[in-house]
Write a protein that binds this ligand. Sequence first.
Ligand code: ZN
Length: 144
Amino acid sequence: MPIAVPITFENAYMGRAEYNTDLLAELTDVCIEQNVTLGRVEAIGALTKARIGYYDQAERTYKYEVFEYPVEITNLTGNVSLKEGEPMVHAHITVSDENGNAYGGHLASGNTVFACEFMVMRFSGRSLQRSFDETTGLPLWDMK
Ligand code: ZN
């Protein structure tokens, strides 16, 4: 039986990330600045360069695909919780090239913003803390 905790929507922020910034760092900075520790993020826009992660479940390590050319952000969805007491954005991104081919995965550092419009939603509720999960090797929410 999955364990879920109730959350309540509090408020939201809309903004845009500046040209030539790192997308994950920008989203994380908004959360730190606005003290969002439990939330949701979404974004659309374009990148001059993309770096997308894939978690190799057997090797228990991330592998990264780098796209050294402009792409659209067709979707970015993620959540905000706490890792070692600090807000951590965990997001997945789908990007598309000039032919409309899409690629997606884990939002890593190294995604350079061309233009990006984002939303950050704040929830209240029991805080979700990430801790190392032996089974997957990932920092997952401690639901106990
Ligand atoms: Zn992920």
